[in-house]
Design a protein around this ligand. Structure first.
Ligand SMILES: [Zn+2]
Length: 156
């Protein structure tokens, strides 16, 4: 699945998770739950059979750089409190981490345990079939809806 989708949905899940927390929760706890919700969103999204990048190497690096930059610009906002931006950011990190682990194993460090961890996290990858594969257009649409949700969510 594209990085944009994981980053935007991770941010949306991280923000939504805040509604389940009591008002006495500390800031680090808020960030932790945002990260955890983003992480869960990755597993949920990947459970649906989906189109993947058909390339690797430098081309993938460039595409990921563009996607990550675009999502940082679209999801974070200087008009919002630092804590709101931090919650969004931690959701993005949680949403991206499972694939970062796989990419780190593929391109940076060839540790077998990292490969095993990436495989374990992706245990339900593509297991929930609702018909056709989720193609890039649908993934882009989901990312767009998540961006709008994050941007429209009132500052709290
Ligand atoms: Zn993944």
């Amino acid at each position: 699945m594209t990085a944009s989708t994981h980053l935007a949905v991770g941010a949306a899940f991280g923000l939504t998770a805040q509604r389940c927390l009591s008002s006495s929760v500390s800031d680090p706890e808020k960030l932790f739950w945002s990260f955890a919700a983003g992480f869960v969103s990755h597993i949920l999204l990947d459970a649906f059979p989906h189109q993947e990048y058909s390339f690797g190497g430098t081309k993938l690096g460039i595409v990921l750089f563009v996607e990550i930059t675009a999502m940082l610009v679209l999801l974070l906002s200087p008009d919002r409190p630092l804590m709101t931006n931090a919650i969004i950011f931690f959701g993005m990190v949680g949403g991206a981490l499972p694939d970062v682990i796989e990419l780190a194993h593929r391109y940076i460090v060839n540790w077998p345990w990292l490969d095993a961890l990436g495989t374990k996290i992706h245990f339900c990858h593509g297991t929930i079939s609702l018909g056709p594969m989720v193609n890039f257009n649908t993934q882009f649409l989901v990312a767009l809806i998540a961006v709008i949700f994050v941007r429209l969510r009132p500052v709290s």
